[in-house]
Ligand binder design. Structure first.
Ligand SMILES: [Zn+2]
Length: 245
């Protein structure tokens, strides 16, 4: 089995054909971990989870840090038995800058606390706030995943802290470096669908979907000179260590 460690099947771009997208994942032996990031998307995510091909992760992220935190924590509490992980959560300083940082940190710490208390992994988005995130994480005793992580200079520090790195379906020099220098037991593969894909012919951004996660597996296999099946087995083992699947 392949695991798409991060996608958003509740996204508007899948509204019309999500069942076909899920069928294609199933046909390609891909398990999807699908994420919400606020109250409404968490509800839609849970509604899509079948516990076989699609598993749900819920959280409150940096983009939604103004939503009522208590209400969101209550929602997580009520639904925790159905969660594969806590996410998407995190810090984003690319879009928001310094002034919203304290609110984002408050929400992130509440989410990490919830993950720790319930023995769930925390799946973290970080953009232009990587150092801050790595500073906060050691205080929380839960499994951590850095999603769409391409900060090659910080990768050794992150895995040194026991964080898993989730690599996206976009080819880049940074991804290559992380794969070559990293430890395979801390790697996950993700599509971040509907994001992070290019049309093979035109090279233009195109809608991504979970079945495409095999691109990351193929790249790891090629770069490390390991059989695809061996990469598949290791990443499945990693996913089992991280997610409640
Ligand atoms: Zn995401």
């Amino acid at each position: 089995m392949l695991v798409d460690a991060h996608c958003h099947l509740e996204h508007k771009m899948f509204e019309k054909d999500v069942s076909e997208v899920i069928s294609r994942a199933k046909e390609n032996n891909v398990i999807c971990i699908s994420y919400g990031n606020n109250m409404e998307s968490n509800k839609r995510t849970l509604a899509l989870a079948d516990g076989k091909t699609v598993f749900a992760a819920c959280g409150l992220d940096a983009f939604n840090s103004k939503q009522n935190l208590e209400d969101n924590l209550e929602f997580l509490e009520e639904n925790k038995a159905r969660l594969a992980a806590i996410g998407e959560i995190g810090l984003d300083q690319h879009y928001f800058g310094e002034k919203e940082l304290s609110k984002q940190i408050e929400v992130l710490e509440a989410m990490l606390g919830f993950a720790e208390k319930n023995s769930l992994a925390a799946v973290i988005h970080t953009r232009k706030a990587e150092e801050k995130v790595l500073e906060l994480l050691p205080s929380y005793n839960c499994t951590k995943v850095l999603h769409f992580f391409l900060e090659k200079k910080l990768a050794p520090k992150a895995t040194g802290q026991g964080c898993f790195l989730s690599l996206p379906t976009i080819k880049s020099k940074d991804r290559t470096t992380i794969i070559k220098n990293g430890q395979l037991e801390f790697i996950l593969a993700e599509t971040d669908a509907p994001y992070a894909w290019k049309d093979e012919k035109t090279g233009k951004p195109a809608r991504n979907e979970p079945k495409n996660v095999k691109e990351v597996y193929g790249e790891i296999s090629a770069l490390l000179g390991k059989p695809f099946k061996e990469v598949e087995a290791q990443l499945y083992d990693n996913a089992k260590r991280v997610f409640r699947i």
